[in-house]
Design a protein around this ligand. Structure first.
Ligand code: 13P
Length: 284
């Protein structure tokens, strides 16, 4: 069953755990994510950015996710990751997504707030959740140099106004994480996270750049109110590396299904680990 993301986040808030939000672009990445959730009786968020939706097939994604989730007896939210504009969000509402993100973090604060508010109005009218973003979540390359510049991080007072004025169901914040592989260990600004949570009256907070955050930091972030953590690089890297090394070691093997299944097993193991780390196993 597909459910609005805020329903899953509401339970996560009550149970004080977080839910992995996993990027996928094809059936080979979708299946192992759902299988891990099924095995551990965990809620799960499947998410895709515009390029991933396009690659999968814009008209196919929702139907496929729903069919497989129903067959597996799973409760899943399907979320647009890093939506770039109002039109993209509306397209996803029409496609049957149950949550959309608008990433206006590159825009001036007022413009980000105005567009996010419009998307919230449209999405809430049909019961769909919205994630906003405030502060700049960098790529790992930038993070290595910038060491999370103060002014790139989310301002807690600004976050409070943003949350109140837009009505978002969840807020992605910048506290020192980055997308991609970290060049050096990320240092998370937990005080900032705590402040944002206080001032937003315990709004579910989202952490992007889940791949490679030290486990102790993940646990602490969840204890302080992170309710959704995004994982993308680890899924692609585990799939590709497993596929590549098996093919290299077995150059005569042309069984696409054989090699794909080995790679999918590796992705499933990674998601099982994420679910356990975030503490959402056994929550459905
Ligand atoms: P990683 O690629 O670092 O796992 O981050 C994923 C993400 O935040 C997608 O929005």
């Amino acid at each position: 069953m597909l459910v609005p993301m805020h329903e899953l986040l509401k339970d996560a808030e009550k149970g004080k755990y977080a839910i992995p939000a996993c990027n996928f672009c094809n059936l080979e990445t979708m299946y192992p994510i759902l299988e891990a959730a099924k095995e551990l009786h965990a809620p799960i968020i499947l998410q895709a950015a515009a390029s991933e939706i396009y690659y999968f097939g814009e008209d196919l994604m929702t139907g496929c996710v729903k069919a497989v989730a129903d067959r597996m007896g799973l409760t899943v939210a399907l979320h647009l990751d890093h939506g770039r504009d109002y039109e993209e969000a509306i397209k996803c509402l029409r496609r049957g997504f149950t949550s959309v993100m608008f990433d206006g973090s590159e825009l001036p604060y007022e413009k980000n707030l105005a567009i996010t508010r419009n998307i919230v109005q449209a999405a809430h009218a049909v019961g769909i959740s919205v994630e906003g973003e405030l502060g700049k979540i960098m790529g790992a390359e930038d993070a290595a140099f910038l060491e999370s510049e103060e002014d790139e991080l989310t301002d807690p007072e600004g976050a409070a106004v943003f949350a109140r004025e837009t009505g978002v169901d969840a807020l992605a914040i910048a506290i020192g994480t980055a997308h991609g592989f970290y060049k050096k260990e990320p240092k998370l600004d937990f005080d900032r996270l705590q402040k944002v949570r206080e001032l937003t009256h315990h709004l579910p907070i989202v952490l992007h750049g889940g791949t490679g955050i030290p486990e102790e930091s993940v646990k602490k972030a969840v204890a302080l109110g992170i309710r959704k953590i995004n994982f993308s690089t680890i899924i692609r890297a585990d799939f590709i590396e497993t596929f590549r090394s098996f093919s290299t070691e077995n150059p005569e093997e042309y069984g696409l299904m054989t090699i794909s299944q080995i790679a999918m097993r590796k992705v499933k193991e990674a998601i099982v680990h994420c679910i356990e780390l975030l503490g959402c196993n056994g929550k459905t």
